[in-house]
Ligand binder design. Structure first.
Ligand code: 13P
Ligand code: SF4
Length: 311
C-alpha cells in the first residue's frame, strides 16, 4: 500500500503516462485540491472538460460532474475515483418521474440544474449551473413558461430574484438544507459585521441572512475581495482550503449544520474520493464513466446550450 510522498509521486507518474488531467471540485479534500491541475465550480469544470486535449480526465467530484465531462468530451476516457459519489439532488429526480412532469406541462421548457443524471439532462432544454443560471434565465423570453429542477431552493432563489414564476421540482441538497439558522445567528452575534456568503442551494432562512449568494467560485471571489477580516461561509466547508491558501491572514468560518455538533455541512458523496482511489483509478482506468450513446447525444444539446448562453 502506497502512502505519503510515494502515493503522490505515483499519481504524478501515472498522470504523465496516461496523458491525464486531474479536475477537482472545491468540495474535495485539500490533498486532492492541491494535486489537481484545475479546481473549480461546476461551470468552469465543464468548460475545462470540453476544452482539454488530455486523453484521460480524472474527475475528482461527484458522478454527475464526471458524466458531464464525458458527454462534452465523448472521445476521452473519464474516470471517477469512487462511482458511489452521487448527489442527493440527482437522487431526488428519477428520469421517469421527470419525464411525466414534463409531459404534464407541454407548454413549459425545462431549465435544469446540472446536478442531475445524464438521463434527466437528456430530457431537458437548457442546463444551468449556479453561476450561469441567472445569465441564462435572463435570455429566455419573459412569456416562456419554465419548469425548473431538481433544486427547489436554487429555483426559488432565482424566482425571487428575477420575478419569474417557475414550476419547481421539489429536490434539495442534503448538505445545504442542513445549515442551521440558529447557529448562523449565533456566529453573526459572535462576529459582528462579518459578512455571510451562501450558496443558492441553501434554504431561504439562510439566504435571508446572507450578504452574498452565488456559486462556489463566486463565494471564493467574494471572500477574497471582501475588505472584511472574517467571513462566514454557508457552503460545503472544504472550499475554505482555497480561501486560506489565497488569504492566510483572514479568518473564514464554516457555518455549522444541524445542531452544530454534526459533520452534516460536509458532502458525504464528495468525501468518498480519496488519493488512494484516485491512484487506483489512474492505474486501472476504472471506475470509468460509460453512458448509452443515445443519452449522451441528447444530453449534449442542453449542455452545449448552457456553454453558449453562459458566454
Ligand atoms: P457549484 O460549484 O457550481 O457552485 O456547485 C455546487 C455544488 O453543490 C456542487 O455539487
Ligand atoms: Fe450534491 Fe449537495 Fe453534495 Fe453538491 S453538496 S454534490 S448538491 S449533495
Amino acid at each position: 500500500r502506497l502512502t505519503g510522498t510515494d502515493l503522490l509521486a505515483e499519481i504524478q507518474r501515472l498522470k504523465r503516462e496516461r496523458n491525464a488531467v486531474i479536475l477537482a471540485h472545491y468540495y474535495q479534500k485539500p490533498e486532492i485540491q492541491d494535486l489537481a491541475d484545475f479546481v473549480g465550480d461546476s461551470l468552469d469544470l465543464s468548460r475545462k472538460a470540453a476544452a482539454t486535449d488530455a486523453d484521460v480526465i480524472a474527475f475528482c467530484g461527484v458522478r454527475f460532474m464526471a458524466e458531464t465531462a464525458k458527454i462534452l468530451s465523448p472521445e476521452k476516457t473519464v474516470i471517477l475515483p469512487d462511482m458511489d459519489a452521487g448527489c442527493s439532488l440527482e437522487d431526488s429526480c428519477p428520469p421517469d418521474q421527470f419525464a411525466a412532469f414534463r409531459a404534464a406541462h407541454p407548454d413549459h421548457i425545462a431549465l435544469t440544474y446540472i446536478n442531475c443524471s445524464a438521463a434527466v439532462k437528456a430530457l431537458s432544454d437548457i442546463i444551468v449551473t449556479s453561476s450561469s443560471a441567472q445569465i441564462i434565465l435572463d435570455q429566455i423570453p419573459p412569456k416562456q413558461k419554465i419548469i425548473f429542477g431538481p433544486d427547489r431552493h436554487l429555483g426559488g432563489y432565482l424566482a425571487r430574484k428575477t420575478g419569474r414564476d417557475m414550476l419547481l421540482w421539489p429536490g434539495i441538497c442534503i448538505v445545504h438544507q442542513a445549515f442551521s439558522e440558529t447557529e448562523l445567528l449565533k456566529l453573526k452575534a459572535e462576529h459582528p459585521g462579518a459578512p455571510v456568503a451562501a450558496h443558492p442551494e441553501c434554504p431561504p432562512h439562510i439566504i435571508e441572512h446572507s450578504d452574498h449568494v452565488g456559486s462556489t467560485k463566486s463565494i471564493l471571489d467574494f471572500a477574497l475581495n471582501s475588505p472584511a477580516q472574517t467571513i462566514l461561509v454557508a457552503t460545503e466547508p472544504h472550499i475554505i482550503h482555497q480561501m486560506e491558501k489565497a488569504a492566510p491572514n483572514k479568518t473564514f468560518i464554516g457555518v455549522p449544520g444541524g445542531d452544530g455538533n454534526c459533520n452534516c455541512n460536509m458532502c458525504p458523496y464528495m468525501a468518498l474520493n480519496t488519493l488512494e482511489k484516485l491512484y487506483v483509478a489512474l492505474r486501472d482506468l476504472e471506475p470509468r464513466i460509460e453512458l448509452p450513446g443515445e443519452v449522451m447525444a441528447k444530453a449534449r444539446v442542453p449542455l452545449e446550450r448552457m456553454l453558449e448562453m453562459a458566454g
